[in-house]
Ligand binder design. Structure first.
Ligand code: NAD
Length: 472
C-alpha cells in the first residue's frame, strides 16, 4: 500500500459501494468483485549504462479473472505504487464490462521516470520486467495482456512481445501477449485515434438522445454545437478533429502554456502545426488568447472535453463551469466534490470509465487479429468490391442512368482494416452509451451517469460470476 493517507483503491471502492446499493447482489459476491485477485509486487536488478546496479520496483495486478485474459496497461512513472496499480486494475474490470470487452481487469507499473533513463536502459528494464511476468505466469495471450499506458508506447510493447516470444518458442499466439504494438509487430490500424474517436462516438450518442438534450436545454445532434477541448495531445487532438469533421465548432482549445478562442471554430490540425512551428498554441491567427489556460474550462459552451490531466475541475472552479455536457476524455478530470456541484447545476457528466474506453476496445480488436492470424478486411475486401460493382452496373442498366465517379468510389469501396476497426468501435460506444442511459432512466434514485455506469459494470461482472457457478 502507498504510505500516503489517501488511497486511490479505497476511493474506487467507495464509488463501487455507492452504486452497489442500486443492485440486488449478495454482499459476499460484491466483496469478491471489489477485491484484487492477484497482486504481484517485484524487485529486480538492472545494470545501468554507467555500470551501476539499480533495484527496480514494479507491479502487476490482476483484479478479476471472471473473464480471461486480464487486460490493462503498463505505466512507467515515479508515482507508481501498489495502491495505485490495484485501483487502476479494478477500474479496468469495470471499464471492460461496460464496453462488453470480454476481459478481466489488470494493470502494471514500474516505478521509474522514463525521462531519466537511456533507451537502452529502458529496453533492459522492460525486457527484464517481461521475463519476471513470464516466470510467474503473469503474462500470455490467454492469461494477462498488457498495453501502453502513461510513459509507455509502441516501442515498449514491441520489446515485450519480442521477449515473450523468445521465452515461449513455438507459441503460435505469442503476438497476442500484449496490445498497442507497432503494425509490423502485429498491431492494428486505427489504434492511435481510437480513444478520441470513442469519445466522439459516445458524446454524439448522448447528443442524439432527445430526453437528455431537453434536460440540458439543447437541440439534438452534434452539428453546430460549441465545443471546448483541454489538452491537444493524442486524445484531445483526435476528439477535436472528429467533432469538427461532424460539423461542431471547437471554439476553444487549452494547452499547458495557455488557451485560444475563436467563436467561429478552430482547426486543430492547423493549431497543432502552429504549435510545432512556434512552440505554443498562443497567437494563433484568427484566435484570441485567454488570460489563463484554465479560463477555457469556464467558457460558455455546449460540450466541454477535458483531455489532459486529473482533478482539473474541482470544488474551486466547478461552480463557474458553464458547459451543458462534460465528456471525461481524460482519466479522473473531475473530483467527487466537482461531481456533486455539477450535478446540482444540471450538467450531464459523461464518465471516463466508459467514455475513454476506445483504447481498450481497439486493443481487443488487435488481440482478436493476433489470434486469428489475419488482417481485418483481407478476406472480404475484394469480394465486397466485386459484388458492389455488379450491383451498381445492374442498377445502371435497369435505370439507364450513370452514377458519378465520386459516388462510384464510395459505393464500391470494400472494407479496409481501419474501416472495420472504426465501425466496431462505433458500435461498441453506441451500445455502451444506451445501456448506461437505460439504467439511469429506469431508476430515478441513481444520481448521475457515473453511478449508472458502475451499476452496469457490477451487474455484468456479478452475472458472470453467478454463471460460473462460484456462488451457487
Ligand atoms: P498526451 O500526453 O498525448 O496529451 C496530454 C496533453 O495535455 C499534452 O499535450 C499536455 O501538454 C496537455 N496538458 C498538460 N497540462 C495541461 C494543462 N494544465 N492544461 C491544458 N493542457 C495540458 O496524453 P493522452 O494520451 O492524450 O491522454 C490524455 C488523458 O486521457 C490522460 O488522462 C490519459 O490517462 C487519458 N486516456 C488516454 C488514453 C489513450 O489512448 N491515449 C486512453 C484512455 C485515457
Amino acid at each position: 500500500m502507498s504510505n500516503s493517507v489517501y488511497s486511490f483503491f479505497h476511493s474506487v471502492e467507495q464509488s463501487f459501494d455507492k452504486a452497489a446499493k442500486f443492485t440486488k447482489w449478495d454482499k459476499g459476491l460484491l466483496e469478491q468483485i471489489k477485491a484484487c485477485n492477484s497482486v504481484y509486487s517485484m524487485r529486480f536488478p538492472v545494470k545501468m549504462d554507467d555500470g551501476r546496479i539499480e533495484v527496480i520496483e514494479a507491479y502487476r495486478v490482476q483484479h478479476s479473472q471472471h473473464k480471461s485474459p486480464c487486460k490493462g496497461g503498463i505505466r512507467f512513472s515515479d508515482e507508481v505504487n501498489q495502491d495505485e496499480v490495484m485501483a487502476l486494475a479494478s477500474l479496468m474490470t469495470y471499464k471492460c464490462a461496460i464496453v462488453n470487452v470480454p476481459f478481466g481487469g489488470g494493470k502494471g507499473g514500474i516505478k521509474i521516470n522514463p525521462k531519466k533513463y537511456s533507451a537502452y536502459e529502458l529496453e533492459k528494464i522492460t525486457r527484464r520486467y517481461t521475463s519476471e511476468l513470464v516466470k510467474k505466469n503473469f503474462i500470455g495471450p490467454g492469461i494477462d495482456v498488457p498495453a501502453p499506458d502513461y510513459g509507455t508506447g509502441e516501442r515498449e510493447m514491441a520489446w515485450i512481445v519480442d521477449t515473450y516470444s523468445s521465452l515461449k518458442p513455438g507459441d503460435i499466439d505469442a503476438a497476442g501477449c500484449v496490445t498497442g504494438k507497432p503494425i509490423s509487430q502485429g498491431g492494428v490500424r486505427g489504434r492511435k485515434e481510437a480513444t478520441g474517436l470513442g469519445v466522439f462516438f459516445g458524446i454524439r450518442e448522448v447528443c442524439n438522445m432527445p430526453e437528455i438534450m431537453a434536460k440540458v436545454g439543447l437541440t439534438t445532434g452534434v452539428e453546430n454545437k460549441t465545443v471546448v477541448v483541454q489538452g491537444l495531445g493524442n486524445v484531445g487532438y483526435h476528439s477535436a478533429k472528429f467533432f469538427r469533421e461532424a460539423g461542431a465548432k471547437v471554439v476553444a482549445i487549452a494547452e499547458f502554456e495557455g488557451a485560444v478562442y475563436n467563436k467561429d471554430g478552430i482547426n486543430e490540425e492547423e493549431l497543432f502545426a502552429h504549435r510545432k512551428a512556434t512552440g505554443s498554441i498562443l497567437n494563433f491567427p484568427g484566435c484570441t488568447n485567454l488570460a489563463k489556460n484554465t479560463d477555457a474550462l469556464e467558457l460558455a459552451c455546449d460540450i466541454l472535453i477535458p483531455a489532459a490531466l486529473e482533478n482539473v475541475i474541482n470544488h474551486e472552479n466547478a461552480g463557474r463551469v458553464q458547459a451543458k455536457i462534460i465528456g471525461e476524455a481524460a482519466n479522473g478530470p473531475l473530483t467527487p466534490e466537482a461531481d456533486e456541484i455539477l450535478a446540482a447545476k444540471g450538467i450531464v457528466v459523461v464518465p471516463d470509465m466508459y467514455l475513454n474506453a476506445g483504447g481498450v476496445t481497439v486493443s481487443y480488436f488487435e488481440w482478436l487479429k493476433n489470434l486469428s492470424h489475419v488482417r481485418y478486411g483481407r478476406m472480404e475486401k475484394r469480394f465486397t468490391e466485386n459484388m458492389n460493382t455488379h450491383i451498381v452496373s445492374q442498377i445502371e442498366e435497369v435505370s439507364g442512368k450513370k452514377i458519378s465517379d465520386a459516388e462510384r468510389k464510395i459505393i464500391l469501396h470494400g472494407p479496409e482494416e481501419v474501416d472495420l476497426v472504426h465501425s466496431g468501435l462505433e458500435e461498441t460506444m453506441i451500445a455502451a452509451t444506451r445501456e448506461i442511459m437505460d439504467i439511469w432512466k429506469n431508476n430515478a434514485d441513481i444520481p448521475d451517469m457515473r453511478t449508472a455506469a458502475y451499476v452496469n459494470a457490477i451487474n455484468k461482472v456479478a452475472t458472470s460470476y453467478n454463471e460460473l457457478g462460484i456462488f451457487p
